[in-house]
Each structure stands twice: as structure tokens, then as C-alpha cells.
Design a protein around this ligand. Structure first.
Ligand code: ADP
Ligand code: MG
Length: 251
């Protein structure tokens, strides 16, 4: 099985704390792979290492066999590794149409001028409307992003990443903060992602993880602890113990 994304002996420490310890993870091409683990396990640190937000203390990261350990975040995106875009103030006053238009326009090399030069161009518009429809945003495409229900905002984050046509997509807690009754839309959106896009998802909602993922890696205290199919991981008493421990602490 060809490997889309791989880490070899990845380490990251913050002062005395090791947030990522000798992580060697392989994500197969076309995979629906989930990374789970209790709070503080190192999930966010690993995503930040993969996307180039953080530099590892040791180890390597390979994208389709090529070493990207020292590549900038932008260079990684250009090479096909995208993460879900975090909506920020900049986008609050945009509409979904404008946001996706900007992303598609950037990908096509038109830069930020799309609303002046290309806003009414049919080919570009068809591309944009296609993405909006796929992510159930067509009915709200003219609404200000800030006024959208939270679930729609999270859908827009995934849509923005897909508009860049990545080969590997990192989904960082796509359902975080989404009310229960909007979660099925998130699951439907990630389930309908094109199969040629390899997906690594971090998510707390175990219904989404176990419905979507075909492979699950469990991270505990910065180290890979267990990896297997949802069935194997779901039945593993060591995994249950880790999560039960967390519930006991939370309670
Ligand atoms: N910038 C940072 N500085 C110091 N410690 C950090 C930093 N980021 C994360 N950590 C520590 O690294 C560990 C892993 O954190 P994190 O990657 O956020 O875990 P998760 O996303 O799984 O909850 C935690 O002990 C956390 O306190
Ligand atoms: Mg986190």
C-alpha cells in the first residue's frame, strides 16, 4: 500500500515536557485514518508538526515519500498537504461564495483579485458553486459568514480546504463545538470527501470517528499507543482503560 504521509521517530519537547515522543505514523494513500487520544495526548502538537506550524526536535516527515521536515507551511500546502482552515475575523464579513471564490482563485493563480477580475466568470463560478453544493452551503452562499450556524461555519472550513484540491487533508476536530443536531452534516461532508484525497482526522466525537475511520491510531502521553481497525481499537481493553481514566478525572 503506498504511503501518503509518514512520520519517522518524531519528537517534540516544550522545555521539560515531551509532547511528542518517537512517533512513527504511516497514513496510507486514500486512507480514512483517525488520530484519537485523551486531552494532553499530543494530538494538536502532532498536527502542528505535520503542517509546519512547529518544528520537530527530532525525526522526519515524509509526504508521498519526499522529506518535508524543513518545508514551510506554505510549501507544504503547495505540495498537496492541507489542513482545515480556521475561520478568522478576515472571513467573518465574507459570504461563503466570496470565501470559496477567494480560495479557488488563489489555487488558479489569480490571487486576491477574483471579485474584480473574475467574479462573474462562468468557469470559475461553476467550480465555486460545485464546492458550495457539495458542502451544503449553496442555500447560504450569500449570507455573511459571521451569521451562519456554527455547523455551517465548520462545513465552510472543510470546503475551503477542499477548494485548494489537496492530496492529503488534515481535519482538525471538524465537529468541535458543533451542536448535536448539526453533527450529521459534518459526518455527511467528511464521508463524501473524494476518495483520491487521503484524510487524517482528529476528532473527539467517537460516533464520527467510528463511522468514518477505517484505521485508528491512539496517542497517549505523546506516544502512539495502539493502532488498528475501528473494531480492534474499540475492543482493546487498554484503550478503554485510558478513556475510562479520563472520564474519572473529568467527573
Ligand atoms: N506551546 C506549548 N508549550 C508548552 N507545553 C505545550 C505546548 N503545547 C502543548 N504543550 C503540552 O504538550 C502536551 C500535549 O498537548 P497537545 O498537543 O495540545 O495535546 P492534545 O491536543 O492531545 O490535547 C500537553 O502536556 C501540553 O500541556
Ligand atoms: Mg488538542
Amino acid at each position: 500500500m503506498p504511503i501518503a504521509l509518514e512520520t519517522k521517530g518524531l519528537h517534540k519537547s516544550f522545555g521539560g515536557i515531551s509532547a511528542c515522543t518517537d512517533v512513527s505514523l504511516r497514513v496510507a494513500r486514500g486512507a480514512r485514518h483517525a488520530l484519537i487520544g485523551p486531552n494532553g495526548a499530543g494530538k494538536t502538537t502532532l498536527i502542528n508538526l505535520l503542517t509546519g506550524v512547529l518544528a520537530p526536535s527530532a525525526g522526519r516527515i515524509l509526504l508521498e515519500g519526499e522529506d518535508i521536515t524543513g518545508a514551510s507551511s506554505h510549501a507544504r500546502v503547495r505540495r498537496g498537504l492541507a489542513r482545515t482552515f480556521q475561520l478568522n475575523q478576515l472571513f467573518a464579513d465574507f459570504t461563503p461564495l466570496e470565501s470559496i471564490g477567494l480560495a479557488v482563485s488563489e489555487r488558479l493563480g489569480h490571487g486576491g483579485d477574483w471579485w474584480r477580475v473574475a467574479g462573474s466568470r462562468l468557469s470559475l463560478d461553476a467550480d465555486i458553486v460545485g464546492v458550495l453544493e457539495r458542502f451544503r452551503l449553496a442555500d447560504v452562499m450569500h449570507a455573511r459568514v459571521a451569521t451562519l450556524p456554527y455547523g455551517k461555519q465548520r462545513l465552510l472550513e472543510i470546503a475551503l480546504a477542499i477548494a485548494c484540491q489537496p492530496r492529503v487533508l488534515l481535519l482538525d476536530e471538524p465537529a468541535a463545538g458543533v451542536p448535536e443536531d448539526e453533527r450529521h452534516e459534518i459526518l455527511a461532508a467528511v464521508t463524501s470527501l473524494p476518495r483520491e484525497v487521503t484524510v487524517l482526522i482528529i476528532e473527539h466525537d467517537m460516533d464520527i470517528v467510528f463511522s468514518f475511520a477505517e484505521r485508528i491510531s491512539v496517542l497517549v502521553n505523546g506516544s502512539l499507543f495502539v493502532e488498528g481497525t475501528p473494531d480492534e481499537v474499540g475492543r482493546d481493553p487498554r484503550v478503554k482503560a485510558v478513556y475510562l481514566g479520563e472520564e474519572a478525572v473529568d467527573a
